[in-house]
Ligand binder design. Structure first.
Ligand code: ATP
Length: 229
């Protein structure tokens, strides 16, 4: 069965943490392709600093030439909050039920999942793969921990459980919830925006993204008084 991954975000801006974790997940789960979907209006946070078109452009710059990553603009054409459940319904009507779809997200996003619109329906539409993130732990009680229960058991058998879950991701269209034990990356768009606003060139951006931000003086970045690192 063809297996694709879906990775949504505000990407304000896209950083190397985003790219590295999806490449890690792609390898770990053996996915054929990962589609990155910038959201138009994030439902759970303040409005982004950059327009949808600018964030989209930066995402294209960051993924140019990276095999297996595809930028998908379907949420930008919907002039309303970007509910993931609706995006997955849209993808399902396009791909049908013969394609395995895995929704990828960081541990921070997963911990807040029960606040998402129609969140209980997500496993009916896709598998869910959660990536570790510094300062965030996976839920240890409640429904989300139950969803993860078969895969985060670090005792005997956890490796077998993971292998089974990965195999199921290739056999079933949806329904598996798995935690990926990948190296953590301590990077966030918030940190990048703060650095830029202080006139500091941050580490953690693709060179073409940094160049575009500098040229267009985005996020309040100004070369005047820049601290070079
Ligand atoms: P901000 O700091 O503005 O909140 P962000 O860096 O968290 O931004 P988003 O675009 O909001 O980036 O996140 C998109 C997805 O990427 C989310 O699922 C989030 O959990 C995940 N993510 C972002 N950075 C990391 C990271 N360093 N490690 C793991 N997951 C991450």
């Amino acid at each position: 069965m063809r297996a694709i991954g879906i990775f949504g975000g505000t990407f304000d801006p896209v950083h190397l943490g985003h790219i590295q974790i999806v490449l890690e997940a792609k390898k770990y789960l053996g996915l054929d392709e990962i589609r990155l979907l910038p959201c138009h209006q994030p439902p759970h946070r303040d409005a982004p600093q950059l327009s949808s078109e600018q964030r989209m452009h930066l995402l294209k710059l960051a993924t140019e030439g990276v095999e297996g990553l595809v930028v998908d603009d379907r949420e930008l054409s919907r002039n309303k909050p970007s509910w993931t459940v609706e995006t997955l319904e849209d993808l399902r009507s396009e791909y049908g039920t013969d394609v395995s779809i895995t929704l990828l997200m960081g541990a921070d996003a997963f911990s807040g999942l029960t606040h998402w619109h129609r969140w209980q329906e997500l496993p009916d539409l896709a598998h869910i793969a959660v990536m570790q993130r510094p300062d965030y732990t996976l839920p240890e009680t409640g429904i989300l921990s139950e969803w993860l229960a078969s895969t985060v058991d670090v005792g005997e058998g956890s490796l077998t459980a993971q292998a089974t879950e990965i195999r199921q991701i290739h056999q079933l269209a949806a329904g598996v919830v798995i935690a990926i034990d990948q190296p953590e990356i301590d990077l966030s768009a918030t940190y990048i925006r703060q650095q830029l606003a202080n006139g500091i060139r941050p580490n953690g951006l693709a060179p073409a993204v940094l160049e575009y931000i500098e040229t267009h003086q985005l996020y309040g970045f100004s070369c005047k008084g820049t601290t070079f690192r």
